[in-house]
Design a protein around this ligand. Structure first.
Ligand code: PNS
Length: 165
């Protein structure tokens, strides 16, 4: 680790990663020395892909960004940020419906780890209504998800979700 390296965490369930996440990670990577994208557990969601599968999808999607690392962590985000000496947590904000939940998480994380700031990046307009759950629903019904996920992971995601039907 370099001295005074500014590290930010991009946490999420990434089940699977979409162009919405990729946009946020790419923009965050231009703002910090290092970004750690971390696959975590969201207790309110049931995942369709294993943590390792989700990690692989992320690597295939943003692996070309030189200052981005990808990890999996099963505990609290606030603890992970402390372990990694991160100064920021980056989250993407879509419609107003995201706001209350994200605000609550940001305040909780600040209580648990006062050293870390949550920074919200507004999603790009074209990704405003894009979500992993929508992608999964479309793919499981045989729909085309090429507008939502990169070509490098498209087939794997489509095949897996169709099989699960
Ligand atoms: O992509 P998501 O589902 O919006 O990401 C939410 C996530 C995984 C970042 C959040 O559920 C989380 O931080 N989980 C790790 C456990 C934790 O720290 N919970 C307390 C959050 S206040």
């Amino acid at each position: 680790m370099q001295m005074n390296e500014r590290i930010a965490i991009c946490p999420g369930s990434f089940d699977p990663i979409t162009f919405g996440h990729i946009d946020i990670i790419t923009r965050a990577s231009a703002m910090f020395d290092k970004i750690i994208v971390v696959v975590m557990k969201n207790n309110n969601k049931t995942s369709s892909f294993s943590s390792e599968e989700r990690k692989e999808f992320i690597i295939k999607s943003v692996g070309d960004l030189k200052n981005v690392e990808v990890d999996v962590y099963d505990g609290l985000l606030a603890d992970y940020a402390k372990q990694k000496n991160a100064c920021a947590i980056i989250k993407g904000l879509r419609a107003m419906s995201d706001f209350e939940y994200e605000f609550q998480m940001a305040l909780t994380n600040k209580k648990l780890n006062p050293q870390v700031e949550t920074i919200f990046l507004t999603t790009s307009a074209e990704n405003m209504y894009l979500s992993s759950s929508m992608v999964k629903q479309i793919a499981s019904m045989g729909g085309d998800i090429s507008e939502f996920v990169p070509g490098s992971i498209l087939q794997e995601i489509s095949n897996r979700l169709k099989k699960n039907k």
